[in-house]
Design a protein around this ligand. Sequence first.
Ligand SMILES: Cc1cc2nc3c(=O)[nH]c(=O)nc-3n(C[C@H](O)[C@H](O)[C@H](O)COP(=O)(O)OP(=O)(O)OC[C@H]3O[C@@H](n4cnc5c(N)ncnc54)[C@H](O)[C@@H]3O)c2cc1C
Length: 435
Amino acid sequence: MTDRATEVPVEGMIGASEEILVVGGGIAGITAALEAAEAGARVYLVEKNAHLGGRVAQLARYFPKLCPPNCGLEINFQRLRDNPDIRFFTMSEVEQVEGGRGRYRVKIRRQPRYVNDRCTSCGECVPVCPVERPDPFDYGMSTTKAISLSHEMAFPMKHAIDGATCLFEECGKCVAACPYDAIDLRAQPETIELEVGAIIVATGWQPYDARAITNLAFEHHPDVITNVMFERMLADNGPTQGRLLRPSDGSPVDSVAFVQCAGSRDRLHLAYCSGICCLASLKEAQLLLERNPQAQAHIFYIDLRTPGTYEAYAAKVLAQPNIRAVKGKVADILPDADGDRLVVVADDMVGGAMSRTSVDLVVLATGMVPSRDGEGVAGALGRDADGFLAEGGDGSGIFAAGCARAPVDVATAALDGTAAAMRALNTVRRAVAST
Ligand SMILES: Cc1cc2nc3c(=O)[nH]c(=O)nc-3n(C[C@H](O)[C@H](O)[C@H](O)COP(=O)(O)OP(=O)(O)OC[C@H]3O[C@@H](n4cnc5c(N)ncnc54)[C@H](O)[C@@H]3O)c2cc1C
């Protein structure tokens, strides 16, 4: 991003545009794009990654119904396939925004995928690729090749080459292996210019960096992981194909401590509550018991926050005998005497003493931080004290939706996307009507 959105009219700009730009192809952005297009607008959807779906695609299952994420996403991908009024650009980011409400001119920078539409995702290119790199889809818990498909239900169903690690012409083995002539290692970045009347920013969230929480041993013990990593471990398409194995030695996981508010509601880290982590840990404890009915889950919390209709879900999970909830803040995580297991030291506020619990694995329930990518397009909105974008509605014709605006669950992110779509439609129609 190089430029901030302004209200200044652009020289040479054509008239008001009825088209809408959505930045971010997670559940909020996809929903916004679909709702706006199904109500009659032409929509551009811009996603920086090679595939759409955002962080929902990385979840094992999602509460409260525990559906696999690909169920919900696939319905939306089908709506995208069916809708000629949505054009989407993957591996793309907004580079420049000029203009004002009703008449923005936007430059999109699209990085080369090096794989064209002839790709059938047959996968012949993958085994011949000599480059192994940490897989960002598995939060680095596994490796993938320089040419890859992020997961088996990825959309678009086309491989992509990671330009940062590919050996290009020095290697070229994927080009020779591809039966469809679908790989072009000489592809170049492109700049695409669009004129749109309104912009929806749905750039989502990132996990809080657990390395910053120095008393919780994340950097010192491989069996201390974060909630997003545990989601991948629980996922059938994750690094262990859903088997619960300790990262340190591959032995089975029979007990897990969930440390709530890891860095959250703490002025040294995140002052706010993400509102999701308690539900995520309850879901993960439930999935742990599904995988291993003998396992023990210990949830260390300050307050269990499961608002509204989620209260009933939380009560059902907590009623299971193998799930123990301890009201108390975790002070320390240490290796036990023989260095094999981990001891969680917590202030048990009900029992009135420090408790020590030995477990195989510790899961830090880290919070959700607003994505900081895309500052240029978001600039007009401003951020709150926690870094989330203001909703919009200030007359700029730019609106925020989903976790870019606040840490929310999938249902709320989708509703938020719909609301932003309606506001954006209103903006472009008024702008066109007034010319
Ligand atoms: C551990 C954990 C478990 C969870 N489990 C559940 C659950 O079971 N049920 C539930 O309802 N919710 C759950 N959630 C919350 C859920 O992940 C969010 O509600 C959801 O991801 C919000 O979607 P979004 O589209 O707002 O953001 P995201 O999913 O973050 O999508 C944003 C998209 O924007 C893209 N992007 C970012 N910056 C740019 C840019 N500059 N240009 C272009 N594209 C960009 C990203 O690549 C991404 O694709 C969980 C959260 C956590 C932390």
